[in-house]
Design a protein around this ligand. Structure first.
Ligand SMILES: Nc1ncnc2c1ncn2[C@@H]1O[C@H](COP(=O)(O)OP(=O)(O)OP(=O)(O)O)[C@@H](O)[C@H]1O
Ligand SMILES: [Mg+2]
Length: 282
C-alpha cells in the first residue's frame, strides 16, 4: 500500500495527526508518507491520497480544488473539497434547517443589530483575516469589510457568540461515519485586537482540550452531516459548534477538507482512522 497524507510546504512532515496516523498505519502494515500537495510529484503512483494538513490554499482555492480533482483517488472526495472549502456551504446547511450561526453575506455595511460581531472571509483556514469588532471600532470594522470585498473575497458577518469565551468551541470528530471523540477549542478572537493573523503555529491561541459531546451537540452534528451533498461516504468530518444565546449549540463550521482531527487527544482514534483508510484502499 502506498498512501499519501497531503500536507503543505511549511509543514512538510505533516501535522500531529499525520505523524500519529503514519504510526497507526505502519502498525497495520500499511506504508504512508506525508507529501506536500503542490509539490511536483507523481500522484498516480499512490493508492490513495488523504488530505490532512494542507493549510495554505486560501488565496488559491481553485488551484487546490483542481488538484484534488486531478487525483486518481482522494478522500474526502474532490466534490466534497470543492463544496467545503468555501463557507458559503453554510447557506446550504441553513436552507436544510440546520441551526447555523446567523450570517450576513457580503453586506454593504457593518451590522447595527449586534453589539459585537465577527467579520471573516468565506475561504479561510486558521482564523486568518478574521476579527471581532465592537462599539467604538466602526471605522476599523468598515475598513476590514471593505478590504475583503475589494480583494474579491466573500465577506461573512456574524454576531460574536460570547459563549465561546467561557464554554469555548466544541468540535465533534467523526471517523468513517461514526462519532469518535470531541475536542474543545478555547476562544481565539481578542476584543480590541483588530484583524489577527492565522493561528497556525501559535500555540497560545485556541488551545485544544479533550471534551465529551452532549446529546444536543451530537444531534446537531448528525443533522449537519445528513445535509451534506454527496456526503454518504466521508472518511472524516469535524463539526464545530458554539452555544448560541439560548445555550443551544449552533454550527459555526463543518470541516470536511483539512481539519485537525485532534487524534492525540483521543486514545485509539488514530488506529480507528488507520483501519478506515486501509479498508478504503482494499
Ligand atoms: N461568530 C463567532 N462568534 C465567536 N467566535 C467566532 C465567531 N466566528 C469565528 N469565531 C472564532 O474565530 C475562529 C475561527 O473562525 P472559523 O472557524 O469560522 O474560521 P477558520 O478560519 O475556518 O478557522 P479554523 O480553520 O481555525 O477552524 C473560531 O474558532 C472562533 O474561535
Ligand atoms: Mg473553525
Amino acid at each position: 500500500m502506498n498512501i499519501a497524507l497531503a500536507t503543505f510546504s511549511l509543514l512538510p512532515d505533516g501535522s500531529d495527526d499525520v505523524q500519529d496516523l503514519i504510526g497507526a498505519l505502519a502498525a497495520e502494515g500499511a506504508a504512508a508518507e506525508p507529501v506536500v500537495w503542490d509539490a511536483d510529484v507523481d500522484w498516480s503512483r499512490r493508492d490513495l491520497v488523504v488530505i490532512c494538513s494542507t493549510w495554505d490554499y486560501t488565496a488559491r482555492r481553485d488551484e487546490f480544488a483542481a488538484w484534488a480533482e486531478s487525483l486518481p483517488r482522494v478522500l474526502n472526495s474532490a466534490a466534497i473539497v470543492r463544496w467545503n472549502t468555501d463557507k458559503r456551504y453554510l447557506r446550504d446547511l441553513a436552507d436544510a434547517g440546520v441551526p447555523v450561526v446567523p450570517t450576513l453575506w457580503d453586506p454593504d455595511d457593518i451590522p447595527s443589530q449586534w453589539p459585537e460581531y465577527v467579520i471573516k472571509p468565506a475561504v479561510s483556514v486558521g482564523a486568518g483575516d478574521t476579527a471581532r469588532w465592537g462599539p467604538g471600532e466602526e471605522d476599523a470594522a468598515r475598513a476590514h469589510l471593505r478590504s475583503l470585498r475589494e480583494a474579491g473575497r466573500t465577506a461573512m458577518v456574524q454576531p460574536y457568540l460570547s459563549a465561546v469565551d467561557t464554554a469555548g468551541e466544541t468540535a465533534l470528530v467523526f471517523l468513517d461515519g461514526e462519532y469518535s471523540h470531541a475536542g474543545r477549542k478555547a476562544q481565539i478572537l481578542t476584543a480590541g485586537a483588530g484583524v489577527q493573523g492565522s493561528v497556525w503555529g501559535d500555540p497560545t491561541r485556541g488551545k485544544v482540550t479533550a471534551s465529551t459531546a452532549t446529546e444536543a451537540e451530537l444531534e446537531l452534528a448528525a443533522r449537519a452531516l445528513a445535509a451534506v451533498p454527496h456526503g454518504d461516504d466521508l472518511l472524516y468530518a469535524r463539526v464545530d459548534m458554539i452555544p448560541g444565546p439560548d445555550g443551544a449549540p449552533m454550527l459555526i463550521e463543518l470541516e470536511l477538507t483539512e481539519p485537525a482531527l485532534y487524534l492525540r487527544h483521543a486514545p485509539g482514534s488514530a488506529e480507528r482512522l488507520a483501519k478506515a483508510i486501509i479498508s478504503r484502499v482494499r
